[in-house]
Design a binder for this molecule. Structure first.
Ligand code: ADP
Length: 421
C-alpha cells in the first residue's frame, strides 16, 4: 500500500465530496471516509478526505473532532494537511474556521498558513480580501440570511481575525498574478511581520494554479475546494483518467430524493417527463404512522427490472411549508430522512447497486443506513458531484452518487445513471 500524500479534514459531508472530486480531477486517487476511521484505511489512495459534521457545532467540539481526524491522518503518514470549509466561508460568530485552523497549526507546529474559499468554477472569487458570490459580495448574497451561518461581512480578513488569536493578513491579487515566486516572497514577508494566516485573493483557476507551487512546503493548507486543483502537481501527479477509475457497476438502478432545492425539483420533473417510474412519498402519511417505506419498496420491486426508479419527497416551497406548519421543521425533516434512508437500504436489499441520492442531509442519512464508512471517488457527473464506490455494512459493493441540493443540471438523474450504463 502506498503512503498517503495529502490528508484532508472537511467540515461537512457533501463539502468533503466536492473537495475529493477536485483532487481526483487533478489526478489523485482519493478515498472519502465518513467520520474518523477506527482502523487503517485498507485501500490505496494518494489523498484521504475525512468528512466531519463540524461546521456549526460548538467550536471546542469542532476542534476535538478535527484533532482526532488529524491524529488518524498522521498515523496513515499524511505529508500535508488540508482543512476544507465551504466556499462561502460559512462560520458562526465563534468560528469554527479560526479555532480549528489555529488548533491544527499548533499541533503541526506550523507558524503560517493560508485561508481562501475561492472556487472560480462555482463563481466564488476573492478580491482584495473580499469574497464574491457570483456578481455580489458575500454579505449581499443569499448567505446574508442563512439560518445557521449568516454571513454579513464580505471582508474575510476581518471575519477570520474575529475568530483567531493570531494575526490575519492578505496576499492580494497583484501578488498572486505575479506567480509562485512572488507569492513565496510575500509569505516570507508576512511571516516576518508576525502574520500567522493569510487570506489569498483568487479570481480564476489560473490564480489557483499559480498558488499551488507556493504552498508546497506548508504543513497545513486551509481552503474551500478550489485550491485543490493546484496541489497534485506538488506531489508529481498529473491529471489522468486512471485516478477516477472505479470497479465495474453491477445490479439495478434507483434514485432517492429528499432535497427540495429548485435544482432538485427540476431534476425530479425532468425524470418524470422523460417517462421514468417515480413515486412521491407524503410526509403527513409517515407522521400518521403509515409504513411508507415498505409501501415504496412493494411498488419498486416489480419495476426495477425495467429501468431506474425514483422515490422522492421533493416538493415545492409551498408544499414543504404546509407540512412544516403541521409537523414542525425538524420533525418533518427527520421523519422524511428516516423514511428515505429505510427505502435506500431496502432498495439495496432487493438488488440496487447503483444509487443516486439527492440532498445533503438525505445523503448523510442514506449512507448511515447502508453502513457505508468509506468511498472511493470516481469520475465527475456534474461539477461537485462524482460517482463513488463503497461497500455496505454487509459487504455489498455499491456505486453511489450523492448530490447536494443545488448541484447538477436538469437531466442529472438520467445522465448519472447512463454514465454507468
Ligand atoms: P439539500 O441538499 O437540498 O439542502 P437536504 O437533504 O440536505 O437537501 O435537506 C432537505 C430536508 O428537507 C431534509 O431534512 C428532508 O427530510 C426534508 N424534506 C424533504 N422533503 C420534504 C417535504 N416534502 N416536506 C418537508 N420536509 C421535507
Amino acid at each position: 500500500m502506498n503512503k498517503l500524500l495529502l490528508g484532508c479534514i472537511a467540515d461537512d459531508f457533501t463539502g468533503a465530496t466536492d473537495l475529493a472530486n477536485n483532487l481526483v480531477r487533478a489526478g489523485m486517487r482519493v478515498v472519502q471516509t465518513i467520520g474518523v476511521p477506527e482502523g487503517p484505511l485498507g485501500a490505496d489512495a494518494d489523498a484521504v478526505v475525512v468528512a466531519l459534521k463540524s461546521r456549526t457545532i460548538p467550536n471546542y467540539e469542532a476542534v476535538m473532532q478535527s484533532m482526532a481526524a488529524l491524529d488518524w491522518l498522521q498515523s496513515q503518514g499524511a505529508q500535508q494537511i488540508y482543512f476544507k470549509y465551504c466556499s462561502t466561508f460559512d462560520s458562526t460568530p465563534q468560528g469554527n474556521i479560526g479555532p480549528v485552523t489555529e488548533a491544527l497549526m499548533e499541533a503541526l507546529e506550523a507558524d503560517f498558513t493560508i485561508a481562501t474559499p475561492a472556487f472560480p468554477d462555482n463563481q466564488r472569487t476573492v478580491f482584495k480580501g473580499h469574497l464574491f458570490v457570483g456578481d455580489v459580495l458575500l454579505s449581499e448574497s443569499g448567505m446574508r440570511s442563512h439560518p445557521l451561518t449568516p454571513m454579513t461581512d464580505a471582508n474575510l480578513v476581518r471575519v477570520l481575525q474575529a475568530q483567531c488569536q493570531g494575526k490575519v493578513g492578505l496576499i492580494d491579487y497583484k501578488t498572486v498574478a505575479a506567480g509562485a515566486g512572488a507569492i513565496t516572497q510575500r509569505i516570507a514577508q508576512l511571516r516576518a511581520e508576525g502574520v500567522a494566516i493569510a487570506i489569498v485573493d483568487a479570481l480564476d483557476n489560473q490564480d489557483l494554479l499559480r498558488l499551488g507551487p507556493a504552498l508546497k512546503n506548508l504543513p497545513l493548507i486551509t481552503a474551500g475546494s478550489g485550491v485543490a486543483i493546484g496541489l497534485a502537481a506538488n506531489f508529481g501527479i498529473q491529471p489522468s483518467a486512471g485516478a477516477a477509475e472505479l470497479p465495474p457497476p453491477q445490479g439495478l438502478q434507483a434514485i432517492v430524493s429528499g432535497s427540495c432545492s429548485t435544482a432538485t425539483q427540476r431534476q425530479v420533473a425532468a425524470f418524470i417527463e422523460g417517462g421514468g417510474n417515480a413515486l412521491a412519498i407524503d410526509p403527513l402519511r409517515i407522521a400518521a404512522g403509515d409504513n411508507v417505506a415498505s409501501q415504496a419498496l412493494f411498488w419498486a420491486r416489480p419495476l426495477l427490472a425495467e429501468g431506474p426508479v425514483l422515490v422522492y419527497a421533493t416538493a415545492d416551497t409551498q408544499a414543504v411549508k404546509a407540512v412544516q406548519d403541521q409537523l414542525g421543521v425538524e420533525r418533518a425533516g427527520a421523519l422524511v430522512e428516516k423514511a428515505l434512508a429505510a427505502i435506500a437500504a431496502g432498495l439495496v436489499e432487493i438488488g440496487v447497486r447503483q444509487l443516486v441520492v439527492a440532498g445533503g442531509e438525505t445523503s448523510g442519512a442514506c449512507v448511515q443506513a447502508l453502513g457505508v464508512t468509506q468511498m472511493q471517488i470516481g469520475p465527475q457527473i456534474d461539477p461537485g458531484v462524482p460517482w463513488c464506490h463503497a461497500r455496505t455494512a454487509s459487504g455489498e459493493p455499491i456505486h453511489l452518487a450523492l448530490k447536494s441540493g443545488n448541484f447538477g443540471g436538469d437531466d442529472f438523474f438520467v445522465k448519472a445513471l447512463r454514465m454507468l450504463g
